[in-house]
Design a protein around this ligand. Structure first.
Ligand SMILES: [Zn+2]
Length: 224
């Protein structure tokens, strides 16, 4: 696995032209991106989450597949945090109990299980509520639960990121939400239900009913 490092997208950022994140993940990926994802067996190289669809690439498209690595949508938005603003796809929480990588790997399963009937759905909803409640701690410890504030501080920090890196070491995390506002043509819409439908489908990563990461997450957060 590669190191997941919080960062911003390189200019020009994807909002510059249209004021909204373009629908890059449902558009046909470039040949280089397709080759990179095939090479990586559709496994996010930062957290290990595998999905045959709705993965993205990280790196420079212009330099070909060798310069690209497969990333899941949750790791991508950590590495290019400014994407989160228009997609409204994350909030800040304070959660020293779990690494950012563990959160990113586990949240797809939480969102899939949240739709399950019976006890599993209830447990997943409860877990998500407990994670969301950690926004209050982010406000208390970091001064905000808004990604915009972290983006502002990242831009202001330029070379000296020590204050931000200390906050990350202490427990500041980016919680992916079940929302991803993107633009397709003239329309803005929430793409997340489509992604969730694929994740739950026969071709999706949870088709075999694996629940290990969800149960591990529950165990890790039992004390919350
Ligand atoms: Zn990932």
């Amino acid at each position: 696995m590669l190191d997941l490092r919080l960062g911003l997208s390189t200019p020009p950022d994807p909002y510059t032209d249209c004021g909204c994140f373009d629908d890059v993940s449902t558009a046909v990926p470039s040949p280089a991106a397709q080759a990179a994802q095939r090479r990586d067996d559709y496994v996010c190289q930062f957290c290990g989450f595998q999905s045959a669809k709705y993965q993205v690439c990280h790196g420079s498209e212009a330099s070909g597949a060798d310069a690209l690595v497969t990333a899941c949508i949750f790791c991508k938005q950590v590495m290019e945090l400014d994407l989160v603003l228009k997609m409204r796809s994350a909030v800040l929480i304070w959660l020293p109990e779990l690494s950012q990588v563990a959160i990113n790997y586990s949240m797809p399963e939480v969102y899939v299980n949240r739709l399950a009937r019976g006890a599993t759905g209830g447990r997943a909803r409860d877990l998500r509520d407990r994670l969301i409640a950690r926004r209050e701690l982010a406000k208390a410890r970091f001064g905000s639960d808004e990604p915009a504030e972290l983006i502002r501080r990242l831009r202001a920090a330029s070379d000296d990121r020590s204050e931000i890196d200390n906050a990350l070491a202490d427990g500041l995390r980016i919680l992916p939400l079940d929302r991803r506002i993107i633009r397709s043509g003239q329309l803005e819409f929430n793409q997340f239900p489509q992604i969730l439908a694929f994740w739950r489908s026969r071709s999706g990563p949870f088709a075999t009913g694996r629940t290990r990461s969800f149960e591990r997450l529950e165990l890790d957060l039992a004390g919350l």
